[in-house]
Design a protein around this ligand. Structure first.
Ligand SMILES: Cc1ncc(COP(=O)(O)O)c(C=O)c1O
Length: 344
């Protein structure tokens, strides 16, 4: 199977398997797993923040961030297309009593500036829920892997601070953004107060994400992680692969982006597909199926018969994601399958 559904399907590299086998372990809830401690220090250093915390998933990392920044009755201001709202089961509301205030996302992942300003300009009046935290997402999943540039993050950071609101970044794929922009990741991460990033997507580690920010914030976040059941004991098993991910798997993301470019350029030429390849900036491609012969679900099912897996995104949208498990030959084979299905 050529699995283009997500970069979460990546399997660990041989170096990760070796690191897992040899990992030095301890009880991380006591702070005694040396491999976790090394990963957290490395992660903080890579993103230029004071401290970092290993968490089981991106979803838990975002939730911990929101619960640590905000308190019951405060607002989480976030984009209308963000992962935090669409795909994280309403955790901040369900578990934290926070209210989601969605600001329309522009197609390039930015927030509508007028609506953002209005969301931040609140008045200290008992009618209103005060803002607790503002969230951005980079790269932006539902906006087709769109990359938010450095100057935009700097601008939103300044705006948030002018309103005394912390800025949290869902940077599940922040290294994809840095590679796409050809900047060190700290050029981006210096402009947020806290960020979440995943080891288990394009970086190919089997499990784990990191929440990074100021030491005092991470100390509080550690308690919230425990409360949510995210304190893991000999988590060095996971962290060992994470260290390899951070040290060895970042630069190769450029290969995934090149594969996505190739795939997008060719898909755009196939009748029945509507796609602007210029919009593809990282490893995610979202296109509109315009063929009247298939619904997206039927199209994806027909491709499965041909050994290619894609995902549906609601309505006419279909998603393909390139990653460590996809070679140039796989891209060509996937294209041949799409052509065959749509020509059939
Ligand atoms: C942008 C974004 N944020 C957060 C997550 C959540 O990560 P996890 O699947 O590890 O919970 C994902 C997962 O796909 C994502 O795409």
């Amino acid at each position: 199977m050529i699995d283009l559904r997500s970069d979460t399907v990546t399997l660990p590299s041989p170096a990760m398997h070796a690191a897992i086998a040899e990992a030095e372990l301890g009880d991380d809830v006591y702070g005694e797993d040396p491999t976790v401690n090394r990963l957290e220090a490395l992660a903080a250093q890579k993103v230029g923040h004071e401290a970092a915390l290993l968490v089981p998933s991106g979803t838990m990392g975002n939730l911990i961030a929101l619960l640590t920044h905000g308190t019951r009755g405060q607002r989480v201001i976030a984009g209308s297309e963000c992962h935090i709202y669409h795909y994280e089961a309403g955790g901040a509301s369900a578990l934290g009593g926070l209210v989601y205030h969605l600001v329309p996302n522009l197609p390039d992942g930015r927030l509508d500036p007028t609506a953002l300003q209005a969301a931040l300009d609140w008045y200290d009046d008992p009618h209103h829920a005060p803002p607790g935290v503002l969230c951005l997402e980079n790269t932006h999943n539902r906006c087709g892997g769109a990359v938010l540039p450095v100057d935009y993050l700097a601008h939103v950071h300044a705006l948030a601070h002018a309103h005394d609101v912390p800025l949290h970044l869902d940077g599940a794929r922040i290294f994809n953004a840095a590679v796409a922009l050809n900047v060190d990741v700290t050029a981006l991460t210096q402009h947020v107060d806290t960020l979440l990033f995943c080891l288990s997507k394009g970086l190919a580690a089997p499990v784990g994400s990191l929440l990074a920010g100021p030491q005092a914030f991470i100390d509080r976040a550690r308690r919230v992680r425990k409360m949510l059941g995210g304190g893991m004991r000999q988590a060095g098993i996971i962290a060992a692969a994470g260290i390899v991910a951070l040290n060895e798997m970042v630069d190769r993301l450029a290969e995934d982006h090149a594969h996505a470019q190739l795939l997008a350029r060719e898909l755009a030429t196939i009748p029945g597909i509507n796609l602007d390849p210029v919009r593809v900036q990282s490893n995610i491609i979202i296109f509109k199926l315009t063929s009247s012969r298939y619904t997206p679900a039927q199209f994806v099912a027909a491709l499965r018969e041909q050994g290619v897996l894609l995902g549906t995104m609601g309505g006419p949208l279909v998603r393909a994601v390139t990653h460590y498990g996809i070679s140039g030959d796989d891209v060509q084979a996937a294209l041949a399958a799409v052509r065959a299905v749509l020509a059939a």
